[in-house]
Design a protein around this ligand. Structure first.
Ligand SMILES: Nc1ncnc2c1ncn2[C@@H]1O[C@H](COP(=O)(O)OP(=O)(O)O)[C@@H](O)[C@H]1O
Ligand SMILES: [Mg+2]
Length: 266
């Protein structure tokens, strides 16, 4: 459904030279799939996402969505047809929750009543009672609520493709867990195709149908979480998984104090 074909991005640099942010990346995302791109800060995750909705133009390679080269599509209508959850939420601070969620439908000239109904429907879906939350400003919401509104905004125009950039970055672990479960439900219900990027290994392993591990603009390994976890293809991928693996072992030891302990270096 989404096909990245040897896509590269070079940013024109300053005196220190150009930056090869994405280096000949090829990925196929299937309809209904959640693909999570995982990697350290600066490895090219945001650039990759932004090329899929043409907020950034590739320096080389092609991206096809539903069989069409997106370079041939109008970038503005392309962007309005793809849900995008920004890194760091990015709600319009002076707009009400309703105006934020309804922004794209309004740009698409939906009749007012339809926009209002859609906003209420989404508020219900994300667990914020419309009567109470519709007119609030973003600063009158908790971090987790803001993230929810960010997701609702991305879904407002009934996009079937959702791009999410570190969508749970700004929330505490408990809220994060709840949000992750909601996204998981929502994507099944709405049959969404999701490309999400994160530096959080546990999040990637829990949410993804497939995880793509990135480093320095390249794809190191791609596969189902269980496979990545069981058979990391390189030293770098193995090292990335060490931390969640150790946490899992420690939690397991806490939950089963009488079980024989594995040797660890803790
Ligand atoms: N607009 C830009 N101009 C120049 N360099 C950029 C720009 N955006 C990102 N970069 C550089 O490209 C690389 C990848 O950045 P990014 O895609 O934001 O990575 P990530 O989202 O994984 O942290 C980094 O080295 C970053 O500094
Ligand atoms: Mg980023």
């Amino acid at each position: 459904m989404i096909s990245l074909r040897s896509v590269s991005k070079v940013y024109a640099g300053d005196a220190t030279g150009n930056v090869l942010a994405v280096d000949s990346l090829s990925i196929e995302v299937e309809r209904g799939e959640t693909l999570v791109l995982l990697g350290a800060s600066g490895c090219g995750k945001t650039t990759t996402l932004k090329m899929i909705n043409r907020l950034v133009e590739p320096s080389a390679g092609e991206i096809h969505i539903n069989g069409r080269n997106i370079a041939d599509l109008d970038p503005v209508s392309l962007r309005r047809s793809i849900g995008y959850v920004f890194q760091g939420v990015g709600l319009f601070p002076h707009w009400s929750v309703a105006a934020n969620i309804g922004a794209i439908p309004a740009l698409l000239d939906w009749p007012r009543a339809r926009v209002a109904a859609r906003v209420d429907e989404l508020l219900e879906m994300i667990g914020l009672p419309p009567a109470e939350y519709r007119e609030r400003r973003p600063h009158e919401l908790s971090g987790g609520q803001q993230q929810r509104v960010g997701v609702a905004r991305a879904l407002a125009a009934e996009a079937k493709v959702l791009l999410m950039d570190e969508p749970f970055g700004a929330v505490d672990p408990i809220t994060r867990d709840g949000l992750q479960q909601e996204i998981d439900q929502m994507r099944r219900q709405l049959e969404l195709t999701i490309v999400m990027v994160t530096h959080d290994v546990t999040e990637a392993l829990l949410l993804a149908d497939r995880v793509g591990v990135m480093d320095a603009g390249q794809l190191l390994q791609i596969g189902p979480p269980a496979e990545i976890f069981a058979r990391p293809a390189s030293e770098l991928v193995a090292r990335l998984l060490e931390m969640p693996r150790r946490q899992t072992d420690r939690l397991h030891a806490l939950a089963h104090p009488d079980a024989p302990q594995e040797e660890t270096d803790l």
